[in-house]
Design a protein around this ligand. Structure first.
Ligand code: FE2
Length: 507
């Protein structure tokens, strides 16, 4: 019996098994806690949100739920004691989706907090807190946002997440590198295995991350809006070009597995359901008239990095007009979204640094070819949209580089005094690359080449933003160490962007 079960699990792990034979069990007996991965919510709109959990009594070994589909009851209440239940229902956790559940809740009141939980068999999940967005056209007085990215499990503990959970923010935007496919050079704890390539391996990697109680607390405290960067699939991949330049057919299979596992573990809308190696992740959300958040996908459709990737002086292909970061369809979607009136602040929640960062301290140029500085034509097109339409209050939020930066995006980086068309707040990692340092010497040496750069710092943490109709404030929150799960948090710097001016000023 164990052998047959093991065999069926293997088939299922390959996406080949048991779908036709799956039954929905009317009565469920689960040995162990099915809620080891916690709960989450995300992508809120004015009358609802997505609720998420995944049943996994044996999280690191495929989940341990077997091959049957299982009904999961859910409840939404207006109080944390779950006494005033205003919506409830039953969702089916299918073996086909690793017993993940995505519930689309609608019909709720705008601009308020709710609490939710799940039941399966005799087990009840922890209670999560989430909220709806303000009604369209409403003018909320403030919006509080936290910005996080890059949480290498091996590189550090998640004390920053525990603090982030207590920030009383309306929303967390997570800007990529939720998991890492590769191992960290310095480790405080270990992944279960080598680089994932199959669906079963990616599922186990997500489960490993999601067993962390501080990450679970951050999810349970507020809705998350997520996008990915490279490590959810493969380091510095670009479209269907993998790091090691695998045959496209091979990398398509890997990307399909990675995208499927990503969807299974994130509180994403049904519209993001992947189809093979494709997944629609770019989307927009509105916080009344105060903010429109454009969530970008700068990985799936981008041209291959030029000049051999890494930090290089520009080469000939670098400035080719046809090279793209977002792909033509997403570019058109973003142009339409930016042009639509009705939002004070336009937020680009995205992966890689947009402001130019010339790392050559002298008259030459040297850019990170994986960032927007490696895609100058794509950045020019975006700046043209912002500049020609005179869009005020464009704020770029970024992850990727495991360092804090604040600065202004100029119209033309070859003219130091050029207009600044947007501001950018780059958030450091939650844990990736270990404790970090106060500043990167390479960046400090090149300060004169980057007059738009106002702040740089490389400890671990996140950004807390407070947004009103008058100003955007960003507080850079850091922990002194990721070697312990109980590090304290402190604000290392605060900046303000007044409405109507693309400047970053000390608060
Ligand atoms: Fe990262």
């Amino acid at each position: 019996m164990p052998d047959r079960r093991h065999f069926l699990q293997q088939l299922s792990a390959l996406g080949l098994g048991a779908v036709a034979g799956a039954r929905v069990l009317p009565r469920v007996r689960i040995v162990g806690d099915p809620f080891t991965l916690g709960v989450a919510s995300g992508d809120p709109w004015p009358d609802g949100f997505v609720l998420w959990t995944r049943l996994a009594p044996d999280p690191l070994n495929g989940g341990g739920m077997g091959l049957d589909d299982v009904p999961v009851r859910w409840e939404v209440a207006t109080d944390d004691g779950m006494r005033q239940v205003v919506r409830k229902g039953t969702a089916v956790a299918t073996a086909d989706f690793a017993h993940a559940v995505h519930v689309t809740v609608r019909g709720l009141s705008p601009d308020r907090w709710y609490w939710y939980r799940f039941h399966v068999g005799d087990a009840t999940s922890p209670v999560g807190r989430t909220r709806t967005m303000p009604a369209p056209g409403a003018s909320p007085s403030r919006f509080r946002l936290v910005v996080a990215s890059c949480q290498h499990y091996e590189a550090g503990f998640y004390a920053a997440h525990a603090h982030l959970a207590r920030e009383d923010a309306d929303l967390c935007t997570f800007l990529g590198d939720y998991i890492y496919e590769s191992s960290s050079a310095r480790r405080v704890r270990a992944h279960e295995a080598g680089e994932p390539t199959t669906l079963a391996e990616y599922r186990n990697r997500y489960a490993c991350y999601k067993t962390d109680p501080q990450l679970q607390a951050a999810h349970a405290a507020m809705p998350w809006v997520v996008t990915w960067d490279d490590h959810e699939v493969d380091n510095n991949h670009a479209g269907l070009v993998s790091e090691r330049r695998d045959p496209v057919e091979v990398f398509q299979l890997r990307r399909a597995a990675a995208y499927r596992a990503y969807y299974e573990h994130m509180p994403l809308r049904r519209s993001s359901l992947p189809v093979g190696p494709d997944m629609l992740l770019y989307r927009s959300l509105e916080f009344g008239q105060l903010a429109r958040i454009h969530v970008l996908d700068g990985r799936q459709y981008r041209s291959d990095q030029s000049c051999g990737d890494r930090t290089k002086p520009p080469c000939e292909e670098w400035d080719r007009e046809d090279r793209t970061m977002l792909g033509a369809t997403q570019e058109r979607w973003l142009t339409r979204g930016l042009a639509r009136p009705g939002a004070t602040w336009q937020v680009l929640a995205q992966q890689v640094m947009m402001m130019p960062l010339d790392l050559d301290p002298g008259p030459g140029e040297m850019f990170n070819m994986d960032s927007w500085s490696g895609y100058p034509a794509a950045r020019r097109r975006l700046m043209r949209v912002i500049g020609e339409r005179q869009l005020p209050n464009v704020v770029v939020l970024t992850g990727d580089v495991h360092a804090n930066y604040a600065g202004e995006v100029p119209r033309d980086w070859r003219q130091p005094d050029a207009d600044r068309l947007a501001v950018e707040y780059v958030g450091t990692s939650i844990s990736s690359e270990g404790d970090g340092m106060d500043t990167y010497p390479q960046v400090e040496r090149a300060r004169a080449s980057n007059p738009w750069l106002k702040f740089h710092q490389a400890r671990r943490g996140y950004i807390r933003c407070e947004i009103t109709a008058d100003a955007w404030r960003s507080d850079y929150r850091i922990v002194p160490s990721v070697q312990t799960a109980h590090a304290p948090i402190a604000t290392v710097a605060s900046f303000v962007t007044p409405a109507g001016r693309s400047v970053v000023e000390p608060a």
